[in-house]
Design a protein around this ligand. Sequence first.
Ligand SMILES: [Zn+2]
Length: 107
Amino acid sequence: MAVMRHRGRLAPRPSRIAPRPKATLPFYRQPEWKELVKRLIKVRGRRCHDCGREGCRIYGDHEIELRDGGAALDERNVILRCATCHGAKTEQARRARAGLVDTPRGG
Ligand SMILES: [Zn+2]
């Protein structure tokens, strides 16, 4: 008699809750944007505006994000940030947009 194999016990379950791939706007692949960031790094220095870190990869970050109506190629709207700060800021903006801003509980 064949023993019924229970499916799924050992089989790795394909995760369907994979994090969404970051939707990179086509804008960020445009040479105009890359040039602007390059220029700003030259002018301001390769240095994170937030934490002051140097010698790391620096990203141009829109202070007011494009989807929030920020000016795309206005250097006054572009902040240079390291990956960490850039990620933190992006996450913050995303949460704020979704109304998920952390608020102290039981305050
Ligand atoms: Zn930083």
